[in-house]
Design a protein around this ligand. Structure first.
Ligand code: NAP
Ligand code: G4F
Length: 340
């Protein structure tokens, strides 16, 4: 029997890698995309084929986690075996500007999903496994290393919303015996990372500075330390969690800590540049409350799931820089062509 997966946030960085993984494993994949006035499916366009031509291995549905009724309709239509709940306003700095929306989508959106799944299971007698995308931001001010026993100390509206989602998930697991797993994932990046997150902001700038289309890069706190891994490795952990006999919560991390300054050093060096020649500090990118240091202890995921990252931190930096050097060169070439 073909397994059916439903992914919220399929158009995001993780959604695109997870879709590739599940399709390769033979799943029929359904994803929820937001209606937007412009195309927002760039990260999955290479996977999506017109169903009229090829038959639907990947099916997209319009929806929004602020709209519980719409989600219920999609759930009844798709009847998934597994749900990967990735949708969120995922930018920490922006959550200070949009706290209410961030909490509505991140916390209440998760509750809407869990309630819909509860009713669906009761009415249909089916069983559905659910993955909830939790974050190392939930640890916030708790000193590193952080693991599943570390007490949360969230430092942003985003993180508070994620903590609420985490405990909603545990409450539904304990109350109704549902198969729900919380992944507590540390920062994971890739060439598909949104361009306003610090790693991609840096590698995009490196590519453009090298190509001559950008001179300066404005950043905030260079002292913050993060545990950065490759997104393609982290979606494997999500899938592994839903294949276990029992639902549980897992930290997923590399176990290494690097500062934003370290990332700058490595990324600019990779392109033969010195970041000190190009970077300006701009207080606009500072946060009202910062998370200083995150370093995950993922022993449990490694022992119980058999999860192991394949891409090292230096390989990740190199992959992103090389991608963005090529991208900036293509942008310059098309700009020159347009001006010819
Ligand atoms: P991302 O690239 O920002 O993707 C977020 C996805 O959620 C996008 O598909 C976005 O749609 C969708 N979305 C946003 N608001 C929505 C709404 N109201 N209704 C429906 N969909 C909505 O994030 P990511 O890096 O893939 O992360 C995936 C999940 O893991 C998120 O929940 C994030 O908070 C969490 N997480 C990420 C990391 C990390 O380091 N990447 C670490 C820990 C946890 P659009 O494409 O239309 O914007
Ligand atoms: O790249 P960031 O915006 O990622 P952040 O805040 O760690 O959040 C990401 O990882 C979380 C997992 O821990 C996810 F849950 C969340 O959804 C998101 O994917 O910032 C990283 C660090 C911060 O300390 C920030 O202050 O970089 C610092 N930083 C310095 N200058 C900057 C900048 N961050 C951004 N975005 N832009 C800057 O110019």
């Amino acid at each position: 029997m073909t397994k059916i997966a439903l992914i919220t946030g399929i158009s995001g960085q993780d959604g695109s890698y997870l879709t590739e993984l599940l399709l390769a494993k033979g799943y029929a994949v359904h994803g929820i995309v937001r209606r937007s006035s412009n195309f927002n499916t760039q990260r999955i366009d290479h996977i999506y084929h017109d169903p009229h031509e090829t038959g639907p291995a990947l099916t997209l549905h319009f929806g929004d986690m602020a709209d519980g009724t719409g989600f219920r309709r999609i759930l009844e239509l798709v009847r998934p075996d597994e749900i990967y709940h990735l949708a969120a306003q995922s930018h920490v700095r922006i959550s200070f500007d949009m706290p209410e929306y961030t909490a509505d989508v991140g916390a209440l959106g998760t509750l809407r999903l869990l309630e819909a799944v509860r009713d669906h299971m009761t009415q249909s007698g089916r069983s559905v496994r659910v993955y909830i995308a939790g974050s190392s931001e939930m640890f916030g001010a708790a000193p590193p290393p952080q693991n599943e026993s570390t007490v949360f100390h969230p430092r942003s509206p985003y993180a508070v919303a994620k903590v609420a989602a985490h405990y909603f998930a545990i409450n539904y697991r304990e109350s109704y015996g549902h198969f729900i797993c919380n992944g507590i994932l540390f920062n994971h990046e890739s060439p598909r990372r949104g361009e306003t997150f610090v790693t991609r902001k840096i590698t995009r700038a490196v590519g453009r500075i090298r190509a001559g289309s950008q001179k300066r890069l404005a950043l905030g706190n260079l002292d913050a330390k993060r545990d950065w891994g490759f997104a393609g490795d982290y979606v494997t952990a999500m899938w592994l969690m839903l294949q276990q006999d029992q639902p549980d919560d897992y930290v997923v991390a590399m176990g290494e800590m690097h500062s934003v300054r370290d990332f700058l050093d490595m990324a600019f060096s990779e392109a033969g540049l010195h970041w000190q020649d190009h970077v300006d500090l701009d207080p606009r990118y500072l946060r009202p409350a910062e998370v200083d240091a995150l370093q995950g202890d993922s022993s449990k995921a490694r022992a119980q799931l058999g999860w192991m990252p394949r891409v090292s931190f230096p390989e990740l930096v190199k992959m992103m820089v090389q991608h963005d050097i090529n991208l900036a060169e293509r942008e310059m070439a098309s700009r020159n062509f347009a001006g010819a």
